[in-house]
Design a protein around this ligand. Structure first.
Ligand code: NAP
Ligand code: ZN
Ligand code: ZN
Length: 353
């Protein structure tokens, strides 16, 4: 198969910093588009994966699954896009398309397993897929999204993972007026959950370990903000919430949050810490509460989320960085020092020799 050599940024081992490297991209096949990557968001999953915290990383790894750019080439059968169009790619680049979940538009739950944007077996090049910390990407048009033209492009990139990962459960659990929704952790996912829950009409209660994020939480749309280390503030929310989106990236006591749910309330884990999170039987039994998980969203739902953002002028609050600042950005993510998504300006990779 014809290949193209392109610049990328990735890691060779779990303890190596990210550095420049050269990777292969396939030439476009009939259903593919080639996207010149303009911006790529920095998800905490990029950090978990680069450092093998989920124990499944294939090296070298090129992270990045919040990709926006412009179409520079289309395969002969492509119908959705033309050269020059804005386009976006999230966490998935393919799926089986035949299982019951794919048929329902739930490609994120594909039975035999979907192809992730990075660190998945690559069906074309017989190696692992490489993500968006790179100059360009070639993806089947079925897994490429249209980007609303009215949104700031850099601030749109994080919608492709952080955005859809919280939009999907908020929709699934029917958040709207009259619902009290908790959001735990104000990082990339958490700050989007605040914006979406608010836009959907819910009463939003935000839980943070960082007193310094209080004012921002309110600006983002929180009706109430709770310092999670403060027992009195926590107690005031006891048995009050219908739903909690837990977007914390590290070990923490989920029972402290489950106790804030009403009868039949649900805590949805979207955060994916390395270690299991113990659930106390008596946090859930006497109140028929549930603990659930959720991952990204299907392709149609991701497009719906982007349209919702276009309509409500919702984007991410970002700090634009050069690719050369990526290791520093990872260090800041570990400290919760993110306001509220790093986005890499990929021009910094392209002009680098
Ligand atoms: P992030 O930007 O680094 O935000 C995580 C936030 O969690 C921090 O800003 C901090 O918020 C809080 N936090 C961090 N360490 C903590 C600790 N030790 N105790 C309590 N709170 C802590 O991360 P992200 O990109 O939003 O991702 C969050 C998690 O979701 C990651 O594990 C990521 O892998 C996962 N994820 C899952 C999916 C999915 O499909 N389910 C998709 C994307 C990401 P405060 O300062 O407000 O406390
Ligand atoms: Zn992500
Ligand atoms: Zn499938």
């Amino acid at each position: 198969m014809e290949i193209k050599r392109i610049k990328a940024f990735g890691a060779l081992t779990a303890d190596a910093p990210l550095n420049k490297m050269t990777i292969n991209r396939r030439a476009t096949t009939p259903h593919d588009v080639e996207i010149d990557i303009l911006f790529c968001g920095v998800c905490h999953s990029d950090l978990h994966s680069a450092r093998n915290e989920w124990h499944n990383t294939m090296y070298p790894i090129v992270p990045g699954h919040e990709i926006v750019g412009r179409i520079v080439k289309t395969g002969s059968e492509v119908t959705k896009f033309k050269v020059g169009d804005l386009a976006a790619v999230g966490c998935m680049v393919d799926s089986c398309r035949e299982c019951e979940y794919c048929k329902q538009g739930l490609e994120q739950y594909c039975e035999p397993g979907n192809t992730l944007t990075y660190n998945s077996p690559d069906k074309y090049l017989q190696k692992q897929t490489y993500g968006g910390y790179s100059e360009s990407v070639v993806v089947d048009e079925s897994f490429v999204l249209h980007v609303p033209e009215n949104l700031d492009l850099a601030a749109t990139a994080p919608l492709l993972c952080a955005g859809i990962t919280v939009y999907s459960p908020l929709k699934h659990w029917q958040v709207g007026p009259g619902k009290r929704v908790g959001v735990v952790g104000i990082g990339g996912l958490g700050h989007m959950a605040i914006k979406f829950a608010k836009a959907m009409g819910a009463h939003v209660v935000v839980f943070t370990t960082s007193a310094s994020k209080f004012e921002d939480a309110k600006r983002l749309g929180a009706d109430e903000v709770v310092l999670s280390k403060n027992e009195d503030q926590m107690k005031k929310q006891s048995r009050s919430l219908h739903l909690i989106i837990d977007a914390v990236s590290a070990s923490h006591d989920v029972n402290a949050y489950i106790d804030l749910l009403r009868v039949d309330g649900t805590l949805i884990l979207v955060g994916a810490p390395e270690e299991p999170l113990p659930v106390a039987a008596f946090s859930i039994i006497p109140t028929r509460r549930a603990v659930a998980g959720s991952t990204i969203g299907g392709i149609a739902e991701t497009q719906e989320m982007l349209e919702f953002c276009g309509k409500h002028s919702i984007t991410s609050d970002i700090e634009l960085i050069s690719i050369h600042e990526i290791n520093n950005a990872f260090g800041r993510l570990l400290k919760g020092d993110v306001h509220y998504r790093f986005v890499v300006d990929m021009a910094s990779l392209k002009k680098d020799n």
